[in-house]
Every structure is written in C-alpha cells, then in structure tokens.
Ligand binder design. Structure first.
Ligand code: NAD
Ligand code: TYD
Length: 363
C-alpha cells in the first residue's frame, strides 16, 4: 500500500481516485482537512476497503510514526501543503508551519522508519514530493521555459515555503540516503479544485452573476496542466523516476490570464447562456494586482518525456471544456465547499481590491 498526504485536497483527491481506479492498490490517506480538504471529493470511496482515511497533521510525529508502523507503505506521496498564493500573502505562518516544518517532521519519521526496513523493502521504498514550478521564480516574455537546472528564485511566501520543502527533501536524500523523487508542476486545473484558484473561481462567480476579478492587466502567463495528466505523471515518476532527481511536469499550454477568462466565458456562453443573452465577458473587471505577482511561468518538461515517456494527453481547450462541464454538473459539491468560511475569504481577498481600469486591456 501507499501513504498519501493531503489526499482530500484538489490534486490529492484526484490522485487517490485515479490510483484506486488504475492501480487498485490500497491507500492510506492522511489529511488534516483544512478549509481546502473535502471528504465529499472522495465520497465514491466511502465503502471501498482500499481507501483508509485518517484525519491528522503531517507535523504530528507520533501519528505519522504509528501510521507507518501499522500500514507499512511501500511509498509516501506527499501532497499536503498550504497551496494558495493569495492566502500566503495574507497569512504566511501556516505556510511555514505545514510546508516547511510539517515536511521536515514527515521526512524525519519516514527516515527513521525506512532505516529499520529489511534490505529489499528499503531498496524498493520511495518518497515522492509533489512541488510546483513557482519555486523557480518569474520569467520574462522571451525567456526560455524553466528546466530542472533553473535556480530557485521564489517570490511569494507560498513559493518560498515550497522551495524550502524541496531543499529539505533533497538534503534528506543526500545526507541520509532517503530514496526521494520530486516533481515540479505547473498550474493544475480540473474537477474538485477549490474555487479560490483562478479557473474554478471564475466559473463560480460567472454563474453567480458576480464580477470576474482579473488581477492587474491580465497579461500574466501561466502554463496549465489538466489534473489527470499530473496524476499520470506522478504515477510514472513513482514507478521509474531516478532517486534524488527532480522532474518538471507541464502542459505545453502557456496562456495569459485574460485569455483563460475569455475562453471560460465563451464556454459558459455556449453551455449555460445567461438569461439576458449577454456574454459572461461583461462581468470581467480588472482589479488591483496581487503584490509581487509573478509575470510568467513556463515549464520545459523534456526530461520527463525523454526519460520516462510521459507527455500530457489533453490540450487546454479540451481540458477546459471538460472542467466547465464538471462544475456545471457538480453544483452541490461547489455549494458544499463555498459555504461558511469561504465567504470570509472572499471578503478578505477581494473586499479591499478596487476596480482598476487598465490602459490597453480590453474585456
Ligand atoms: P489543496 O490546497 O487543494 O490541498 C491541500 C490538502 O492538504 C488539503 O486537503 C488539506 O486539508 C491538506 N493539508 C494541509 N495542511 C495539512 C497538514 N498540516 N497535514 C495534513 N494535511 C494537510 O492543494 P492542491 O492544489 O491539491 O496541491 C497539492 C500539492 O501540489 C501541494 O503540495 C502543492 O504545492 C502542489 N502543487 C499544486 C499545484 C496546483 O496548481 N494546484 C501545482 C503544482 C504543485
Ligand atoms: P492562482 O489560481 O491563484 O494560481 P497561482 O497564483 O499559483 O498561479 O492564479 C492563477 C493566475 O490568475 C495568477 O496569475 C493570478 C491570477 N488571478 C486573477 O487574476 N484573479 C483571481 O481572482 C485569482 C484567484 C487569480
């Protein structure tokens, strides 16, 4: 069996569902269930003996020790993190606590347990650390995409905390011989993503008749990868990645934010037209930019393609259509996760952002 951390979050839940469907091996899922964790994402596994959910913190050393001893996983896939840049700007401490200290405590427990395994099990064991392209910093418009050799230049509390965790994982390999692999992936999108991130937030606001808040001039660029393709990449790296290596994962889909929002509006105009016949584009508003907003991310994933044969299966247009359909068909899930604390977050993050008319930007 494998131990997954953060498996009730967006990518973790997609990974657990995918893993049970494709590999069929048992999963112990350790998740603290912060605002971003939702057991309803895993409801179809409620009666499946291959999924064992444990509510707890990766920083709870005793709990992790007991889980390792009881379940004897052959691998740990580490998703658990605080993951939203805007939240890290409003309150960085939780990011340092979970992403750095939590990862450190997890590594320490895994190291102690790994050292006691029989040689064959010790050799086969893997710790896969799931990380982000944001550790590399920001690119100019004409810069080549990030390779695995790009220096770490994190700019937000979130990316700084993830960069720190990547360094810890690397050090636990070099110093203690822990068998680790790390993936650095670009922006994911797809089903089960909490509507604080760009794509689900825009779908949610559009349908609710609210403004579509585009930060700054809307020309920041992200590379987008469908979450199912990310899960497939992680499975492949877990299976065949070289120890101590990092692998970039990307979608070859660089897009300006405003273009993403336009595509979403067009899809919604087609699939769920507004009652008044107007386009959802009319809800777009340019708002005060995010402080320290990284201009561009782009991923060079040729190492993963060349060594392990992974490439994304979905292009952005098909992935986005599939995603919009999922949100339209799963309104109860959205209603469930946007009740309660979600409202406080939207007031905190968007209440103080003034509408900012941007020269040269057209909605
Ligand atoms: P998410 O915020 O949706 O989910 C995080 C999960 O971790 C939640 O279920 C939460 O309850 C859990 N968690 C948080 N703190 C915990 C703790 N101390 N102990 C146990 N569980 C805890 O995040 P996501 O978007 O699914 O991202 C998962 C991982 O992938 C993160 O490490 C993130 O840095 C990385 N990543 C995300 C993206 C992306 O676009 N979302 C891209 C690249 C890499
Ligand atoms: P986000 O989904 O938060 O991911 P990240 O910051 O990790 O890339 O944001 C994606 C892009 O969309 C980023 O450039 C910020 C921008 N953005 C907006 O313009 N408006 C919003 O309301 C949000 C949440 C993001």
């Amino acid at each position: 069996m494998i131990l997954v951390t953060g498996g009730a979050g967006f990518i973790g839940a997609n990974f657990v569902l995918d893993w049970i469907d494709t590999v069929g091996e048992q999963v112990v899922n350790l998740d603290k269930l912060t605002y971003a964790g939702n057991l309803s994402s895993l409801s179809r596994l409620a009666d499946d003996a291959r999924h064992c959910f444990v509510r707890g913190d990766i920083g709870d050393s005793q709990l992790v020790r007991e889980l390792l001893k009881t379940h004897k996983p052959r691998a740990v896939v580490h998703f658990a993190a605080e993951s939203h840049v805007d939240r890290s700007i409003h309150g960085p401490e939780a990011f340092l606590q979970t992403n750095i200290l939590g990862t450190f405590r997890l590594l320490e427990e895994v190291r102690a347990w790994h050292a006691m395994l029989e040689p064959a099990a010790r050799a086969a064991f893997r710790f896969l650390h799931v990380s982000t392209d944001e550790v590399y910093g920001s690119l100019g418009g004409d810069d080549p995409a990030f390779t695995e050799q790009h220096p770490f230049q994190p700019n937000s509390p979130y990316s700084a905390s993830k960069a720190a965790s990547d360094h810890l994982v690397r050090a636990w390999h070099h110093t203690y011989g822990l068998p680790v692999v790390t993936t650095n992936c670009s922006n994911n999108y797809g089903p089960l993503q909490f509507p604080e991130k760009l794509i689900p937030l825009m779908i949610h606001n559009a349908l609710a008749g609210r403004d579509l808040p585009v930060y700054g001039d809307g020309a920041n660029v992200r590379d987008w990868l469908y979450v199912g393709d990310h899960c497939a990449a992680i499975r492949r790296v877990l299976e065949a990645g070289r120890l101590g290596e990092t692998y970039n994962v990307g979608g070859n889909s660089e897009m300006r934010n405003l273009d993403v929002v336009h595509l979403l509006c067009d899809l919604l105009d087609e699939l769920r037209p507004r009652a008044d016949g107007a386009s959802y584009r009319s809800q777009i508003r340019f708002v005060t930019d995010r402080p320290g907003h990284d201009r561009r991310y782009a991923i060079d994933a040729r190492k993963l393609a060349g060594e392990l044969g992974w490439t994304p299966s979905l292009d952005f247009a098909s992935g986005l259509r599939r995603t919009v359909r999922w949100y339209l068909d799963n309104q109860p899930w959205v209603d469930d996760v946007t009740s309660g604390a979600y409202r406080g977050w939207t007031e905190l993050n968007y209440g103080a952002r003034s509408a900012a008319p941007v020269e040269g930007a057209h909605s």
